[in-house]
Write a protein that binds this ligand. Structure first.
Ligand code: SF4
Ligand code: SF4
Length: 319
């Protein structure tokens, strides 16, 4: 229960707390002491050298799925095969109502009543994303995630040449924005967030053709490339927070094993949400195996770069 509440608190913006010595199991304490020995530093160097040629297996799989899902919407519309009707924000899949959880909440708040079709869609989609891990939606389906990853590659190249500098923000801002847009929908009767959601804008642009709203998406991308690495998804997007909450008790987890870990931090360098990997910092793991928190997007980047395979996907029981 404590771990669950901590996962929610970190999702909402809290900094992961350091464990007290009493929190750490005796076996894990021994491992922490071993990991601090100089010999292990050499092992890390060797492992890093090996890592350079590792293929980005999970990234490739994920990009393929993301493109395929979005293509399904596009082809379904243009070929009129009626497999999927609508866009990511709201659709029908072989007749079943599906609705993006965040959009549906906005609509119900704006209408101030529960719309039955939307409720069916929300329940179906919530169950699906709960089973798959919540924020799995972000990294495996959201079209802006792919754009953001490409922007991140450019940002990192520019940063390596010292042409740009990364600026960070307080992660609690995302929770404030989530509440702000929820209240705004309720007060104004309009789903204001939908007009600026890069997820919805891109999905609709792909299916129905580009519109003026794409200028906003380009502006966001420029902001991420030149000012703040993955700024939107890290610090602002209310959809990411909604799916994080959906996935708090998800059965699909990324699990960290301290027994294999060299604390070299390669995972934290590539992760969109490095706070979920606090357990990989030297001295921070409490138990042999730690489930990563709800903000983890299950993107698999950390699995791709970990030189010692200390991180893995596990399908566990709920909670
Ligand atoms: S945080 Fe928002 S924009 Fe980023 S991937 Fe998730 S839903 Fe898409
Ligand atoms: S912890 Fe790993 S799987 Fe989770 S978001 Fe970070 S890189 Fe992706």
């Amino acid at each position: 229960m404590k771990a669950l509440l901590q996962s929610v608190a970190v999702l909402l913006g809290r900094t992961p707390p350091r464990p007290t010595p009493e929190d750490i199991s005796p076996r894990v304490r021994e491992i922490h002491e071993l990991q601090a020995m100089p010999m292990n530093r050499e092992q890390i160097r060797d492992a890093r050298a090996e890592m350079v040629s590792r293929p980005q297996t999970w990234r490739r799989r994920r990009w393929a799925v993301l493109i395929a899902v979005n293509l399904l919407f596009v082809l379904s519309y243009h070929l009129d095969i009626q497999l999927v009707e609508g866009a990511l924000t709201g659709s029908r899949f072989v007749g079943f109502h599906m609705a993006d959880v965040n959009s549906a909440l906005q609509v119900m708040l704006a209408y101030r009543h529960v719309v039955l079709n939307l409720l069916i869609g929300v329940v179906s989609v919530s169950l699906l994303w709960w089973a798959l891990g919540g924020r799995t939606f972000c990294s495996w389906v959201c079209p802006y995630h792919l754009l953001g990853e490409l922007g991140e590659i450019i940002h990192l190249r520019l940063a390596a040449r010292k042409l740009v500098k990364n600026h960070t923000f307080d992660r609690r801002g995302r929770t404030v924005l989530w509440l702000f847009f929820a209240v705004l929908a309720f007060v104004t009767g309009y789903t204001v967030y939908e007009t600026i959601s890069p997820t919805g804008i891109l999905s609709r642009a792909l299916i129905y053709g580009p519109g003026l709203a794409l200028v906003w998406v380009v502006a966001l991308l420029m902001f991420e490339i030149f000012y703040s690495r993955r700024g939107w998804c890290r610090y602002a997007c209310p959809i990411g927070l909604t799916y994080g909450l959906v996935g708090v008790l998800a059965p699909l987890k990324v699990v960290h094993n301290i027994g294999q870990c060299h604390n070299d931090g390669a995972c934290r360098q590539v992760c969109l949400v490095p706070h979920v990997l606090a357990t990989t910092i030297r001295g921070r793991a409490k138990t042999m195996n730690t489930d990563l928190g709800a903000d983890c997007t299950r993107c698999g980047r950390c699995l791709d770069v970990c030189p010692t395979s200390s991180l893995s996907f596990k399908f566990k029981g709920p909670g």
